[in-house]
Design a protein around this ligand. Sequence first.
Ligand code: NAP
Length: 490
Amino acid sequence: MVSRVIPVEPFDLIIFGATGDLARRKILPGLYRRFAAGQIPPQSRIIGAARSEMDHDGFRAFAAEAITEFVDASKRSEAEIARFTERLFYVTLDAKGDTGWPELAQMMRPDVVQAFYLSVGPVLFGAIAERLHQHGIATPESRIVVEKPFGRDLATARELNAMLASHFAERQIYRIDHYLGKETVQNLMAVRFANILFEPLWNTQYVDHVQITVAETVGVGGRAAYYDRAGAMRDMVQNHMMQLLCLIAMEPPYSFNPDAVRDEKLKVIRALEPVGPDDTVRGQYRGRPAQGGTPAEPSYAQDAGTPQSRTESYIALKVMIANWRWKGTPFYLRTGKKLRARASEIAIVFKEPPHSIFGEGEGWRENVLAIRLQPNEGMNLSVMIKEPGPGGMRLTEVPLDMSFAEALGEEGTDIPDAYERLIMDVIRGNQTLFMRGDEVEAAWAWTDPIIAEWEARSEKPKGYDPGSSGPEDALMLLHRDGRRWREIRE
Ligand code: NAP
């Protein structure tokens, strides 16, 4: 299969926070990969802005280092890096002061697509949006990209939305949820809406339940200061997992246009039932003393530097959707750090056939469509067949297993990173994979009472061992419904 790369129009991308971690690890390497793929026209420019004193060459050297560190050696060359970094410029600028703004204003070109990427903490969003207008830099056609977290509750999300709306129209605002840029996440829509096979079964009549798992093996690491104020609910569920749930549960949009898709996602969020205390389990990873040759592992509290922390590094939830399609089908969500494997998966677990002509206990298992988001993206449909050989009709389960990398050959392994795709979508002016303001607010409106309930009860999260599947109580969440979690494995 030949990879199709469609070049975008020439653009100026201004990265506020260009010296930060996200720019270094994701944005600059991602832009390089798109440039190397021939997607970025040579007239385009990437302008870094931050307070650090640096000239254009300093920023080019910074970017070259980031690319060397974060782009696979087989996908980069010195010559290509040099060609790419020629397109890079830098302005020393203070988001909250006057420094740098006139210089940035002078650099602007009216005849190319203009996008501002706010890769800075949300406290700076307002100051930057204001100055972009004060200095006549933003136009009615410019695009503004904002990073997560988008608020920490409904009130702060509304404030952010109102602030952005006072400077930009909704069609100019791109709220990033990088999960939406993942290849497999988009594949959820292709699988559902480009095949007739699944849609007739995609409802409460045939689906017993859905499991959405995002498991990490790492702890909070360097993000502890932010994470301890957020927890798994705010960091993962309100945004990324909510988006996955929406893509699984939504009605077919009338077209693949941004508002058609986002309208359908919004309807799902609005149909979510409130989640009671018995339907959530919060966990926090324990530490482990040194054993034999294995070094000690710090607990969450040690990682976060807050011995009394009640922040959850794990959460499991049972979520119900009150609409015709899903009434009665639970969606079980779980996500956590320091779990046994790094694995993200959505599993659609189908109901039993209405009647078994083979009798009971003949090895029957339910059909499961598992969509692996990472690692080894792919799909697996478990089906029952006859166990080969003599001895009568015994059933056995076999997987119809498809690894995208294997099925699609080289093209299947050469998948753009989520950030690459999303930045190119900004330049194309395609908002389909970005969250709309009302969507984010609806997600917070559902999340807030769950968090408020925990805070009122002030309960410590349940402990779980590093390398485990999470707290025992999370097993009970499914056991009491006569179900079990799928194994977390890579
Ligand atoms: P970071 O490493 O702390 O970088 C912050 C950037 O902002 C730096 O370039 C800093 O440069 C600049 N900055 C700070 N104050 C400024 C000011 N007054 N004027 C101009 N520039 C200023 O943060 P990050 O990890 O890159 O994160 C950036 C945003 O992305 C945050 O909203 C974060 O929540 C979000 N995010 C990050 C990640 C990630 O993996 N890192 C993932 C998802 C979302 P100077 O000090 O030189 O000014």
